[in-house]
Design a binder for this molecule. Sequence first.
Ligand code: ARG
Length: 467
Amino acid sequence: MGKLWGGRFTKQTNHLVDEYTASIGFDQALAEEDIQGSLAHVTMLGKCGIVPQEDVETIKAGLQTVLEKIRRGDIEFSVADEDIHMNVEKNLIAEIGPVGGKLHTGRSRNDQVATDMHLYLRKRVVELAGMLHELQKSLIGQARDNLDTIIPGYTHLQRAQPILFAHHLMAYVSMFQRDIERLMDSYKRINVLPLGAGALAGTTFPIDRHFVAEQLQFDRVYENSLDAVSDRDFIVEFLSHASIIMMHLSRLSEELVLWSSTEFNFIELDDAFCTGSSIMPQKKNPDVPELVRGKTGRVYGNLMGLLTVLKSLPLAYNKDMQEDKEGMFDTVATLEGALQLFAPMIATMKVNKGRMREAVNQDFSNATDIADFLVGKGLPFRQAHEVIGKTVLYCIQQGKYLLDLTLEEFQQFSPLFDDTIYRVLQPETVVNARNVYGGTATDQVAEAIKRGEVLLSMTEQWLAEHV
Ligand code: ARG
């Protein structure tokens, strides 16, 4: 059998053209979705009396056979048949004969491919939300174990104010929560059926789009047939959300890399998640977070790539749109690869509490709090800031920290100092003084963890409803 569309042609296609235009090399990943969509379509053709019921049964059985063969790896896809849609149809006809040719009644590859992509991404979005949820669980677990662990908090990567390590980890829980919510929200726009739009204008056959939508569990059908086949917003949106997820992962990665350096020595990643050096025997490298940081680039690239493919494209389908797939597959694989490692890597990471404490004791991150102390004694904040600036400078010159100063030394800078200052300057006091909703005080972080647990169970419920 020649090309499915060979009737109008008098010559064979140049084989380089076959190879250049084919998408089967990558869109075979849509085989399951393609057949799922075809089964719903042909069922509808039967219900609407467009194809006799008996043929419908033959076609459905044939599609099942083709699906099983594909799963077993028994089908050799052909570049001459261009894409997954025509490869499946060709194999169906080979399986059941010319009646297989009735499957494509009232349908075009344009609404077919769009349907496949919607089915595919719908599954992936749920999977990814589940993986982000696992990562949140790891982070919350570490936060629970580190409710008493204080680290220097940083701005400009300079020590700023002491915070609970748990508070720092919970910031990532909030970030990944937004990511999950973005994916959940995008589901509404992914879960719309394009099928029935035909090539662009609809179809002359009395089809029932809502019946197909119901069978495939789509919430809605596309309102406009041109939009149905031209829309790739849902993929652009997915790639944007994926980019933000990778951006978040890259920030966490960078912190893991920094924290596991000898200079910080705040954490140690489990051996199972690190690699060694072929020349330097002492090395234990944080390759996973480094590579995640690096792979963020390709996900951004995929987003820019698709935005550029779609820019200025006239309605409706254009072959350019075949370029929507590889970036999407690559993004899904990149995200899943990263997330599947991150959840266990965070769960097993060792927190070096002693070293964190040492870092907190050897810095000036309690300086704001003595300024606040003087404010409490009636000094305007701007003056208090100046006094403490001078005190810190004195400490640096003397090679001391604030807690090393005698009361006499403090009083050189302001007579308002008394010996309660030593309690004020303790890291625990400093942390717990920030007892504002969303702040780093132990009670607040304990509350934040509780709220995090509520979010976890809300996501679990959503996941259960969207399997
Ligand atoms: N392989 C094509 C794609 O991925 C399927 C749609 C082809 N439609 C067409 N009219 N050539 O975009």
